[in-house]
Design a protein around this ligand. Structure first.
Ligand code: GLN
Length: 187
């Protein structure tokens, strides 16, 4: 099988960790800092970090409009999920709530039920958002206390937590499968 070329938005935040997971799974990981670096990619990860800083930097480099034109699968984690929402790039039909879990429990780990008889997934939340509202085309894949934290909408995957910070690679594999589906449709 041909090696997938996956971009990782590298303006700020956890891009190195995502790139490391992608390489571990046999994909080529490309750090994206300029719009032209999106050309020829099979998919893109928008990492966690600080959504305000990322918004500013993306605008500075014209990456906001470039991402809106990008047609391949996109995976947004934590701040990356916020950036894809209706109030930011409007790429996913979701509203997010920033720092949703409050100050007291700002950061925590929990075992997520991801259904399908799968082993629970250990998930790391760091000043995480949750999905406040989702359109009809959005499939919720996991929740914490009734709040969606993992969801898919067609080519878009979003996670409120940090799958790049644990050894469990299932969420990245899920995304790579989404990318493979999309590339086989294109071929
Ligand atoms: N709280 C951050 C924000 O709103 C997101 C935190 C993260 O990505 N770990 O941008």
């Amino acid at each position: 099988m041909e090696q997938l070329r996956i971009g990782v938005l590298a303006v700020q935040g956890n891009f190195r960790e995502h790139a490391a997971v992608l390489r571990r799974l046999g994909a080529e990981a490309i750090e994206v800092r300029l719009p032209e670096q999106l050309e020829g990619l099979d998919g893109l990860i928008v990492p966690g970090g600080e959504s305000t800083a990322m918004t500013r930097l993306m605008h500075l480099y014209g990456l906001d409009e470039a991402l809106q034109r990008f047609e391949q699968p996109i995976f947004g984690t934590c701040a990356g999920m916020i950036l894809l929402d209706r109030d930011h790039l409007a790429i996913a039909d979701i509203s997010t709530k920033r720092n949703a879990f409050g100050r007291q429990v700002a950061s925590f780990e929990t075992d997520l039920d991801i259904g399908h008889g799968e082993e629970p997934l250990r998930a790391v939340f760091i000043r995480a958002p949750w999905i406040e509202d989702a359109g009809e085309g959005v499939e919720v894949l996991a929740e914490v206390d009734g709040h969606p934290v993992l969801a898919r909408e067609g080519r878009i995957l979003v996670a409120a937590f940090h799958p790049e910070l644990t050894d469990d690679t299932r969420i990245h594999e899920l995304f790579l499968n989404q990318v493979r589906e999309a590339t086989s449709v294109r071929a």
